[in-house]
Design a binder for this molecule. Structure first.
Ligand code: HEC
Ligand code: HEC
Length: 200
């Protein structure tokens, strides 16, 4: 048990010190660009065609994480045909701006969701990074609280199967038992947090 805890601390320390620098995002500048995105991300329950899972909620998500995800799609380290097409022509500044804009929508719910505790014992392994209430403690890591259950489920499967790679989360996913994936997805989805962003 001690070794596992030590390893997590080490991963955490490495992750904290190797954060990439971010451009300063301007939410106002990102608004216009953001309208295209809401064509999918702004529709409650909108689905990815195959495999079928809901398009992730972005409202209240950490701006730094949105930037990392978009750069990942643009640079090909994160694969998804539709999102790669969306991100391909964006500059670093545009990515920072649209991330700041999308993160600014729904941020109040995330802030207000801070009272819920980790009541599911299997989720304790996640709280060091994703927060005791599913709200990330680090600007570059995703909030899970309120995210769509089927999207969370699919993401964990992708990490486990190596279809989505990340040095930190990839290693964590290997520690999640197959039978716990659905339980964890259900738990984090049930917490108050992220929202489907709607055009103002
Ligand atoms: C045609 C529908 C569609 C459009 C338009 C679209 N997205 Fe997406 N987006 C998706 C789908 C589907 C996923 C999930 C992909 C995956 O599983 O990796 C996604 C994932 C994302 C993610 C990753 C979220 C996470 O939690 O990891 C970000 C960030 C994102 N989109 C931002 C944007 C931005 C910014 C735009 C506009 C420039 C945009 N999207 C336009 C369908 C769309
Ligand atoms: C040591 C830190 C750490 C721990 C512990 C951790 N994660 Fe993560 N997790 C991350 C990071 C960093 C990312 C973003 C990786 C990326 O960019 O793909 C992530 C991404 C995710 C995503 C994708 C979110 C999205 O919006 O696409 C899910 C789902 C997830 N983690 C679930 C879990 C669960 C469930 C646990 C506990 C069993 C857990 N994580 C434990 C660091 C951690």
């Amino acid at each position: 048990m001690k070794i596992v805890a030590g390893a997590t601390t080490l991963i955490l320390a490495v992750a904290l010190f190797t954060q990439p620098a971010f451009a300063e995002g301007d939410a106002d500048a990102g608004r216009e660009l953001g309208y295209t995105c809401l064509g999918c991300h702004g529709i409650e329950g909108y689905r990815n065609a195959y495999p079928s899972y809901r398009v992730p909620k972005l409202g209240g998500q950490k701006a730094g994480y949105l930037e990392l995800a978009l750069r990942g799609y643009r640079d090909g380290t994160r694969k998804h045909p539709t999102m790669q097409a969306q991100a391909t022509s964006l500059s670093d500044q545009e990515i920072a701006d649209v991330s700041a804009y999308l993160a600014s929508l729904g941020a109040e719910t995330v802030a207000a969701g801070g009272t819920q505790g980790a009541e599911f014992d299997k989720a304790l392994a996640c709280t060091a990074c994703h927060g005791p209430n599913g709200i990330s403690i680090n600007a570059a890591w995703p909030t899970l609280a309120g995210q769509h259950e089927d999207y969370i489920y699919n993401s964990i499967r992708q990490y486990k199967e190596g279809k989505r790679t990340d040095p930190v989360m990839g290693a964590q996913a290997q520690l999640i038992a197959d039978e716990d994936i659905a339980l964890l997805a259900k738990y984090f989805a049930s917490l108050e947090g992220l929202e489907t962003t709607r055009p103002e």
